[in-house]
Design a protein around this ligand. Structure first.
Ligand SMILES: Cc1cc2nc3c(=O)[nH]c(=O)nc-3n(C[C@H](O)[C@H](O)[C@H](O)COP(=O)(O)OP(=O)(O)OC[C@H]3O[C@@H](n4cnc5c(N)ncnc54)[C@H](O)[C@@H]3O)c2cc1C
Ligand SMILES: NC(=O)c1ccc[n+]([C@@H]2O[C@H](COP(=O)([O-])OP(=O)(O)OC[C@H]3O[C@@H](n4cnc5c(N)ncnc54)[C@H](OP(=O)(O)O)[C@@H]3O)[C@@H](O)[C@H]2O)c1
Length: 447
């Protein structure tokens, strides 16, 4: 019997792309609600952890982590969903037994192998809790397996339809876009119970979620702070039960004192100073920082680093311009790091704090304002700041949603260059591309 999942090395110690360090232990040291859960669509929460223990991994983590980095949180699947799958497949009573996986000798696959991220032996419960993603929308090969085992003819037909060449649009609408999970699928097609080995073969690997650090070790040592949105999904379009985002719900369940495991994500270009110019003095760089919602998180780490540097070195001359464009629905209901940002603004670490409310409720006449509107309002000075040739030159950092924000900001800067520099569309595009290539326009976006 395998009782204690922590006695097994997480996913067999097998690395995944993007992982920088091996897992290290951490203790939750504080949790807090930033915006109220009952009224906000994606309430924000804060979690602070402290890296514990002494090991090479801990040393590597602490040595390498810097402002702008992200940390992967290792999380389990929901026990309710794991139990549902086990019950449904008639495996609940043997879920904790030791399981030795081997390759089917009759497999038609070329070079079949037990995936390296599955500890062998382990248990079915471990496998479904820590190794396999049971939330990600199933792909067509898995649908085919469900069709193969469906006892009900109507269900079989529907499943075959969804994975047929003619069913591509339906598959995209009802499975992919609706983000249906394996559990939703099992509820919708009750007559199909594929054998577990087919699920093990086809379910994707469970990958930890990254979160941007919003503190810096020069100020907080081994304590690292994060801010996250609690995602929630209603039971619509084939989703069979209302649920939260898998990792954000687990994070919300954490209490002070809980022990967890995290690892550092490979550093990206999104660092201060950027990796390509490590010798730039961060006290001298003019900055334009754009972060709606949790996109503000990494900038809080930038400011802690700047503040620590300022205290260490002193800053004799006037601070360069440091703009922060922060966007939220309603500042009265949600203002991440309010006291800290306002205090940094008073101290001149943030020279210009531009607050944008997209759904202000205070008075009916207030118009929605997005970070792009804030940039437009300050268009002339922003463009002057970017075009100023004195060294070091201005860096623009943007963090947030990869689908919407990235595209909309790009369009906004193009518009600013056209309006304030008289550039044609092509010239404005070329200028922005050049800024991106020279790592003066740096995004950390996710979709
Ligand atoms: C480098 C990096 C840094 C990140 N930093 C942060 C951070 O600091 N704070 C933070 O909250 N998140 C951050 N994220 C996103 C985070 O890693 C998770 O993807 C997010 O919390 C959802 O995970 P989940 O398991 O709760 O949701 P899942 O159960 O995985 O559900 C995700 C589903 O919701 C959609 N989705 C994900 N996020 C949102 C959103 N905000 N709004 C609407 N739909 C969404 C996805 O497209 C997907 O369909 C970061 C992502 C990256 C790549
Ligand atoms: N390092 C990273 O890659 C990283 C770090 C942190 C967060 N993120 C990602 O950033 C996104 C932020 O999510 P969130 O839940 O924190 O935000 P959110 O609460 O949903 O939204 C915050 C504000 O941004 C506005 N907004 C929405 N789309 C926008 C757009 N295209 N341009 C400008 N503003 C826009 C919202 O306006 P409305 O009223 O219109 O909704 C709201 O005012 C998520 O996708 C998250 O995963 C990435």
């Amino acid at each position: 019997m395998i009782q204690n999942s922590t006695s097994i090395q997480w996913q067999n110690g097998n690395r995944f792309p993007g992982q920088h360090t091996l897992p290290v232990n951490a203790r939750v040291v504080s949790v807090a609600e930033i915006s109220p859960e009952d009224i906000m669509p994606k309430p924000k929460r804060l979690i602070e952890i402290s890296i514990i223990g002494e090991s090479e991994n801990v040393d590597a983590f602490m040595k390498d982590y810097n402002a702008g980095d992200s940390v992967y949180f290792i999380f389990p699947n929901s026990q309710k969903e794991v139990d549902f799958v086990l019950h449904r497949l008639g495996l609940y009573s043997v879920a904790d037994n030791q399981l030795k996986l081997s390759v089917d000798q009759n497999s038609q696959k070329r070079d079949p192998k037990v995936p390296a991220f599955i500890p062998n032996p382990c248990s079915l419960r471990y496998l479904l809790t820590y190794c396999l993603d049971i939330r990600r929308a199933p792909g067509r090969p898995l649908l085919r397996v469900f069709a193969e085992y469906a006892k009900d003819e109507k269900e079989k037909r529907r499943l075959l339809e969804l994975c047929s060449a003619q069913g591509v649009t339906e598959f995209t609408t009802f499975v992919r876009q609706a983000a249906i999970s394996i559990v939703d699928f099992m509820i919708a097609f009750p007559s199909s119970n594929p054998p577990i080995d087919r699920l093990i073969e086809l379910l994707p690997r469970l990958i930890p979620r990254p979160y941007s650090v919003s503190s810096h070790q020069s100020r907080q040592g081994r304590r690292i702070r994060f801010v996250y949105s609690l995602l929630n999904f209603s039971a619509v379009n084939g989703i069979q039960f209302p649920h939260y985002g898998i990792c954000s719900e687990w994070m919300r369940s954490l209490q002070v004192g809980d022990k967890i495991q995290v690892m550092l994500k490979e550093p990206s270009k999104f660092r201060l100073p950027p990796i390509s110019s490590p010798n730039l003095s961060i006290l001298d760089i003019p900055l334009i920082l754009i972060g709606p919602g949790t996109g503000v998180a990494p900038f809080a780490s930038f400011f802690q680093k700047i503040l620590a540097e300022k205290i260490k070195n002193g800053q004799s001359e006037a601070a360069p311009k440091r703009y922060l464009f922060y966007g939220t629905r309603d500042l009265e209901k949600e203002f991440i790091f309010r006291d800290e940002l306002e205090s940094l603004n008073r101290e001149g670490i943030i020279t210009d704090l531009i607050l944008c409310e997209s759904q202000p409720m205070k008075d009916n006449t207030a118009h929605p304002k997005y970070v792009q509107d804030g940039l437009r309002e300050r268009g002339k000075e922003i463009v002057d700041c970017i075009m100023n040739e004195s060294a070091p030159q201005t860096l623009i950092f943007a963090c947030g949603d990869g689908k919407g924000l990235s595209k909309d900001l790009w369009a906004c800067f193009i518009e600013l260059f056209q309006t304030h520099l008289g550039k044609t569309l092509e010239e404005a595009n070329a200028l922005l591309k050049e800024l991106k290539e020279k790592e003066r326009y740096i995004e950390d976006v996710w979709s």
